[in-house]
Design a protein. Structure first.
Lengths: 290, 166
């Protein structure tokens, strides 16, 4: 259930996420040797994709010698993801050659180590291999994109003080005790000496197991719901404001003098007289009663 | 008879008055040989009587790039300068020397360009037999008189690069 909620949140956020690619080129990867690794991405960058390979080198050889020069990158999982071979056999060396290749945005995860390999007689000098790539750095904050590593942890952390640790029913002593008892009962069942009392007992124990798991699920779901509810409603209450202002008296007393209400006074007096009369009648009735 | 008359009528009806129509033909030729200045040259002045593009003389060698998309169809001709295009008034002669060489290629098949080049006068000719880009550097040196100092001022010269269809 928890995973379902996380997936739901992920889906909602992912509908709003967007990535803007940045572009870069490496330095000379073959500057210090004829093999190199492919740690080309800037720190924090995500979705690095290689979109170009450019190389230059000068072959050193005698014209009559056979010589093949391979510039290539291994592919993770086997084979080569990029390979270019120049056949200098029977050709004059000494003149630099430069080549460029457009790559169809292949993820950096597929690119293994690169190398310049010479087959035959001759060598390569002044080698220069450069990769161009694109990437995004949206994952500097993991919650910015569901594809970022650590996104799920960040979402769980955002849920606040709620205990978001996974409840493992097997860690519950009550349940493990019940399961152990169940196991022993199963062995007893195998020995075919099960009695009616044991049946009742087994049913009771299994019922307690089911109830414990159900209870655990309910507890964990309640915690999760509570955490999510707090997360979504707290800000709403904090941000609520009442319309301000002062309600001033707008009624004005004409002339500033309020005369006594004689009519009201008479009515009130008449009521009082009537009330007094009614009260007095009680005592008069008591007098007449024998 | 009736059929013949009908056919004749149809033939006459189809003989509309003659019209003269001029149909135009247009087309364009896309260049398949492009020349680009990759690096502008700079003269160094290592001694008063000498101007040189050699890096050893404090100059910068001009680099020209030929981009050819059709193999074996063009000749590259590079001519080093034999006079200044702009300079102060000079009263003595200037001795010019120059050379052009392949400095970089994009295809292994171009490795033979340098060996196969033909030089005559101040012009060097290359047969562009392979499609791709080729970089040529063209060094030039000017020596004024006999150990005579160049007159102060600005000097410029031009390297002529041509792409000639075979």
């Amino acid at each position: 259930m928890k995973l379902l909620w996380i997936a739901l949140i992920t889906a909602l956020v992912s509908s709003q996420a967007h990535s803007e690619y940045l572009y870069g080129i490496t330095g000379n990867m073959a500057g210090t040797g004829h093999t190199w690794g492919m740690n080309i991405a800037p720190n924090g960058s995500q979705s690095v994709k290689v979109n170009g390979v450019f190389y230059q080198y000068t072959p050193v050889k005698n014209t009559e010698d056979s010589m093949l020069v391979h510039i290539r990158n291994k592919k993770v999982g086997g084979g080569y993801i990029f390979s270019s071979t120049d056949d200098w056999s029977g050709l004059q060396g000494g003149i630099p050659i430069t080549k460029g290749f457009l790559i169809d945005n292949l993820p950096i995860e597929l690119w293994g180590d690169g190398s310049i390999d010479v087959e035959g007689t001759g060598s390569v000098v002044d080698a220069n291999v450069v990769y161009s790539y694109k990437y995004n750095n949206d994952c500097l904050t993991p919650m910015s994109d569901p594809s970022c590593s650590g996104y799920t942890d960040a979402v769980l952390a955002m849920m606040g003080a709620a205990d978001t640790s996974v409840y493992n029913p097997l860690d519950d002593d009550l349940i493990t005790d019940a399961l152990e008892t169940k196991a022993s009962l199963e062995s007893e069942e195998e020995s075919e000496e099960e009695s009616e009392e044991d049946n009742d007992r087994l049913e009771s124990i299994l019922s307690s197991v089911d109830n414990s798991i159900l209870s655990a699920n309910v507890v964990s779901q309640n915690l999760l719901m509570s955490a999510m509810t707090n997360m979504t409603t707290m800000n709403t209450y904090y941000d609520k404001k009442l319309a301000g202002g002062t309600y001033k008296e707008t009624t004005v007393l004409d002339g500033g003098h309020l005369p006594d209400n004689a009519k009201g006074a008479r009515a009130g007096l008449a009521q009082q007289l009537l009330h007094t009369q009614m009260v007095s009648q009680q005592y008069e009735l008591k007098k007449d009663t024998p | 008879m009736r059929t013949k008359l009908l056919v004749t009528s149809l033939l006459l009806a189809s003989c509309a008055p003659a019209h003269a129509v001029d149909t135009s033909i247009s087309g364009s030729v896309q260049t398949r040989c492009l020349i680009t200045t990759d690096t502008n040259g700079v003269y160094g002045n290592p001694v008063p009587s000498k101007l040189s593009t050699a890096s050893a003389d404090g100059g910068v060698v001009p680099v020209i790039r030929y981009d050819v998309t059709l193999a074996d169809a063009y000749l590259a001709k590079v001519t080093t300068p034999t006079s200044f295009s702009t300079s102060p008034a000079l009263s003595d002669s200037v001795a010019w020397t120059g050379s052009t060489a392949v400095t970089k290629t994009t295809d292994v098949g171009m490795a033979g360009y340098e060996a196969a080049k033909v030089t005559y006068g101040s012009t060097t000719q290359f047969d562009l037999t392979v499609a791709g880009s080729t970089w040529f550097s063209s060094e030039s040196t000017a020596v004024y008189g006999v150990n005579k100092s160049f007159v102060g001022g600005d000097y410029s010269a031009i390297v002529l690069a041509e792409c000639i269809a075979k």
